[in-house]
Write a protein of this length. Structure first.
Length: 142
């Protein structure tokens, strides 16, 4: 279905413009919000696991064991393999759950993107050595 309309140019002449309205349905913003929040969940998982691996030798050994379950060369990179594995599980699991929860909701993507950026900033700060080392000491009780 093609429609036409007259558009006035700055010089005062009318020009006929043809356009076709989109027949596609609007995609709900919840789909994008689910992706943003899942990325935050993965990053925040990495940050929290990082703090607790510094705070607890037992947890550190367990995280390393998680990485060794499937990652080739995990012994060479230590517990980082498990940290990344848990972050991957948090991201992918979060995305699956959030996609099904939010996929039909029409959320305002701009606001959620700002919330994502704030959360990403917090998670990134938690991965910074002076911060995670201090938090680990608080958890240990020293």
């Amino acid at each position: 279905m093609s429609s036409t309309m007259a558009e006035t140019k700055p010089d005062g002449n009318n020009v006929e413009v043809a356009y076709t309205p989109s027949s596609r349905e609007r995609i709900p913003g919840g789909i994008a919000v689910a992706a943003f929040l899942a990325a935050f969940v993965g990053t925040f998982t990495l940050a929290v696991v990082n703090v607790f691996t510094v705070a607890s030798k037992d947890f550190n050994a367990w995280v390393h064991g998680v990485g060794k379950l499937w990652m080739p060369g995990a012994a060479g990179i230590g517990p980082y393999s498990g940290k990344e594995t848990l972050a991957l599980i948090g991201w992918l699991g979060g995305w699956i759950v959030l996609h099904f929860v939010l996929r039909k909701k029409d959320l305002e993507v701009g606001r959620w993107f700002v919330a994502f950026l704030v959360g990403l900033g917090i998670a990134t700060t938690l991965i910074w050595p002076p911060v995670y080392e201090h938090l680990a000491e608080l958890i240990k009780g020293h």
